[in-house]
Design a binder for this molecule. Structure first.
Ligand SMILES: [Fe+2]
Ligand SMILES: [Fe+2]
Length: 262
């Protein structure tokens, strides 16, 4: 099963990259299922119903997210209703949405996507390890072979620990949130594809997607200046995965960092 998983899509510039490159990449790699992290899809902060729809229209099958999913209330109801939009599973009970979904590809194969969030240098939500353990118990016996985990976390150590924790139990553990692609893609000993961070689909001439000037001021003066999405050096970041349909194991993980030159 050929799958594409994209790192955080940043605002209109990130959506422009998806609009212009996704169909070509899909056909180049013969991709049948696309997941993308969309927590920064609308103006760099959060996601709206319209921006989510735009991504679906471009060929994205599932949108995962992270801490920024709460920035725009417009999406809250959709988080509840739409089986193709996830928020991290391990937020406390009582908030909208769900953290995993099981879908079928056009050719009838079952795929489960799970979205988790880390706790190191991030809000102290519920334990992502216990949450995924519970989810895997519920998923077990539903005939799902391919299980993809987006672990939205800051600390490399926490992400690597999750990779090890889930090795052999899921098809891939893919990090998001730092917006900087790591060069450590690998297949772990028990067959799980892993990368610490997928990187960012958006403007790379920036401070993790935002214009330099305000980002620098924010850091120099510790005042929350409003940040704007940068515009230059647009790139599609993510990985291409080959998952064995019988065993659910990862056979190939290839890092993608493709420039978009209009
Ligand atoms: Fe992000
Ligand atoms: Fe994030």
């Amino acid at each position: 099963m050929n799958i594409l998983f994209l790192g955080d899509i940043i605002g209109k510039q990130g959506r422009k990259v998806v609009k212009n490159l996704l169909s070509r990449v899909k056909s180049d790699y013969n991709v049948e299922f696309v997941v993308a992290n969309g927590e920064n899809g609308a103006g760099g902060f959060g996601l709206t119903c319209d921006t989510a729809q735009e991504l679906f229209n471009c060929g994205v099958d599932v949108i995962t997210s992270g801490n920024h999913i709460w920035d725009k209330k417009d999406i809250y109801n959709e988080l509840e209703e739409n089986l193709r939009i996830l928020r991290p599973l391990n937020y406390p009970e009582g908030i909208p949405g769900k953290g995993y979904t099981i879908l079928r590809t056009e050719t009838g194969k079952s795929i489960c996507v799970i979205n988790l969030q880390g706790r190191i240098f991030m809000p102290p939500i519920d334990c992502p390890f216990k949450a995924v353990e519970n989810a895997l118990e519920k998923i077990d016996g539903k005939g799902v072979k391919a299980i993809l985990v987006d672990f939205h976390a800051e600390a490399t150590s926490e992400k690597m620990a999750m990779g090890k924790f889930l090795d052999g139990r899921v098809s891939a553990v893919l990090g998001t949130h730092t917006h900087v692609q790591t060069a450590d893609e690998k297949i772990l000993p028990e067959g799980t594809g892993y990368i610490t961070d997928l990187g960012m689909t958006g403007p790379h001439d920036s401070v993790i997607g935002m214009e330099y000037e305000k980002s620098l001021k924010r850091i120099l003066f510790q005042i929350p200046f409003r940040l704007n999405v940068a515009r230059k050096d647009l790139r599609l970041n993510g990985v291409f995965l080959k998952i064995n349909e019988e065993s659910g194991k990862c056979e190939l993980i290839k890092r993608l960092n493709i420039p978009y030159e209009p």
